[in-house]
Design a protein around this ligand. Structure first.
Ligand code: PGA
Length: 252
């Protein structure tokens, strides 16, 4: 397997953030010094309405921006949707696809998630493809099987492994304050890595596998030190610069 990639800490603001929230991005940019940059990459996925406002602020700080979803098509009659090309044009480098809130609230299938991931690549964005089991699936002992099926169905088929990011986010851990045991995280991330190697070959060591679901400054230290955890996708705790930076600082 190739050398371990620089970890990625990505903030998913979801449907939160108005103009005033730009100050949080300014604070993050001010504190992201060369020492921290060398250890960890930061990305912020604000609502699409703030992307072009955030772009000039993060440019000098080398913080990446991301969209939270995209349409599979580049343009056309799709009222209310945003294409990957539009996200890239507004300053994004990443796009989250297949988040469980999209899979559940909008009925997104693995095939659609794959099409969106491929749209991201087409537009020059690195897709962050989310997978994760529900509580019922974990209780039934089906977590690994579900995640493997999501990986097989949702990952883009033709991708350089270093351009791909996978986020393991157990649905029951998102926004609940609950997290899996460290052993369960280790086991799932090892299984995801093995699946990536099967799909993409030895170069799959370059794909970052993020953990997501109730990551906070208080638990980030132990979660981020687990083997095959190459960073985090953070919802609630990414909304304030203070908590987001405290999580990133684990890597310093
Ligand atoms: P959370 O969300 O950190 O608020 O649990 C994570 C996510 O949904 O990406």
């Amino acid at each position: 397997m190739s050398s371990t990639p620089r970890p990625l800490v990505a903030g998913n603001w979801k449907m939160n953030g108005l103009s005033a929230s730009i100050s949080e991005i300014e604070t993050i940019a001010q504190h992201y010094d060369a020492g921290l940059r060398a250890k960890v990459e930061l990305a912020i996925c604000p609502p699409a309405t703030l992307l072009s406002r955030a772009a000039p602020i993060v440019a000098g700080a080398e913080i990446r921006l991301g969209g939270q979803d995209c349409h599979a098509k580049a343009n056309g009659a799709h009222t209310g949707d945003i294409s990957a090309e539009m996200l890239a044009d507004a300053g994004a480098a990443y796009v989250i696809v297949g988040h469980s809130e999209r899979r559940c609230d909008h009925g997104e299938s693995d095939a659609l998630v794959r099409a969106k991931a491929e749209a991201g690549l087409r537009a020059g964005l690195a897709p962050i493809v989310c997978v994760g089991e529900t509580r019922a699936e974990r209780d039934a002992g089906r977590a690994s099987e579900i995640v493997e099926r999501q990986l097989d169905g949702s990952l883009p088929q033709d991708v350089a492994p270093e351009r791909l990011v996978v986020a393991y986010e157990p649905v029951w851990a998102i926004g609940t304050g609950l997290t899996p045991t460290l052993q369960d995280v280790a086991q799932m991330h090892a299984a995801i890595r093995a699946r990536l190697v099967t799909l993409f070959g030895a170069g799959a060591g370059a794909t970052r596998i993020l953990y997501g679901g109730s990551v906070k400054p208080a638990n980030a230290g132990e979660l981020l030190r687990i083997a095959n955890v190459d960073g985090a996708l953070i919802g609630g705790a990414s909304l304030t610069a203070k908590d987001f930076l405290a999580i990133a600082e684990i890597y310093r």
